[in-house]
Design a protein around this ligand. Structure first.
Ligand code: SF4
Ligand code: SF4
Length: 323
């Protein structure tokens, strides 16, 4: 049994049922199908492969279809609705590779298992409605979005910037006015900024730290993909076994979670914030990834304040509470 199969087996015994294979590029792994078949054999019902779609030719798509796993999802990165936006981030020819793969997936009746993932940046945010049109055209499972984390490769690209509050408010205004945008969003979309505007609880209130764990190939287990800091890592997972590593992680992550829950009453900025009851200090993982500490508001704080206020004003809530 391979190291990964052992991890999967213990994960399944613990009741784990969703695995996300990320990279690099998982489709480059020669053992990928063996790994997935093993996961299916031990009743892991949901597997997501994060891919740039470059290797998704017809042969690969047919092999994926033959797995006959309804819970199989392909998460394909698409950072714009045209080659200029997407290729700027992903390299020349990448946009064409994605759309060619979407054509093939549609022809082979696999597009309903595809989630397009969009990274929100200053230069591409306004293109989000066009991605929803694309989702409708290809009958995709959905379009998920996440704000750029300014680190790694993105830090070196001049145009890769987190959208400012003005860009988000523009998008929300477009959403408010355009009924087709709203209809497609309800059918396919998922973006925190629009969820906040709609008054949904922020993702941060559903913090899954310690439940959505992140395991690296060299055997380090983190409490979530953004709390990627050695301080919170359990090392040597392959030697210890996943079960023992997870128990060790629980002891390490419980105090972290308790600290995270106190952020909104300990951070000065949050104490003075009109919307703190709905926000609870934002995502500690993002604060850690961007500023190196959980004891800071996260990098989305300013525009979240603007959006919440817009939502509350729309609901006439702020006016009422002021009286
Ligand atoms: S810290 Fe942030 S990214 Fe990590 S699980 Fe919690 S909400 Fe999600
Ligand atoms: S919007 Fe910013 S200041 Fe207000 S509670 Fe959230 S993180 Fe704190």
């Amino acid at each position: 049994m391979s190291q990964l199969e052992q991890v999967f087996e213990q994960f399944a015994i613990m009741g784990g049922n969703h695995i996300r294979l990320t990279g690099g590029e998982p489709l480059l792994n020669p053992s990928l199908f063996e790994i997935i078949r093993y996961a299916i054999s031990i009743k892991i019902a949901s597997i997501t492969i994060q891919t740039n779609a470059v290797l998704l030719d017809r042969e690969m798509i047919l092999k994926l279809r033959q797995l006959d796993l309804p819970g199989l999802k392909l998460q394909i990165s698409l950072d714009g609705a045209n080659p200029e936006s997407h290729d700027y981030v992903r390299g020349q020819g990448s946009y064409h590779a994605v759309t060619a793969a979407l054509d093939l997936l549609f022809q082979e009746h696999m597009s309903g298992q595809v989630i397009v993932h969009f990274t929100e940046m200053q230069h591409n945010l306004s293109e989000f409605p066009e991605l929803l049109e694309l989702a409708e055209k290809y009958r995709l499972a959905g379009v998920s979005a996440g704000t750029l984390i300014t680190g790694g490769r993105a830090a070196g690209l001049e145009l890769c910037k987190v959208p400012d509050s003005y860009r988000y408010l523009e998008l929300i205004e477009n959403f408010r006015r355009d009924s087709s945008f709203r209809r497609r969003y309800v059918a396919f979309g998922n973006m925190d900024a629009l969820q906040w505007y709609l008054g949904e609880l922020p993702v941060d209130m559903h913090c899954r730290l310690g439940r959505d764990t992140y395991l690296t190939t060299d055997g380090r287990l983190y409490p979530c993909v953004l709390c990627h800091c050695d301080l919170y890592a359990v090392n040597s997972v392959h030697e210890k076994g996943f079960l023992r590593a997870f128990q060790e992680g629980g002891e390490l992550w419980m105090p972290l979670l308790e600290s995270i829950r106190k952020r909104s009453v300990l951070l000065e900025k949050c104490l003075a914030c009109q919307v703190s009851a709905g926000c609870l200090g934002g995502c500690a993982g993002r604060a850690l990834a961007v500023y190196g500490t959980i004891w800071s508001t996260d990098d989305r704080c300013d525009y979240r304040q603007h959006i919440y206020r817009k939502h509350l004003i729309q609901k006439n809530y702020l006016n009422k509470t002021k009286r």
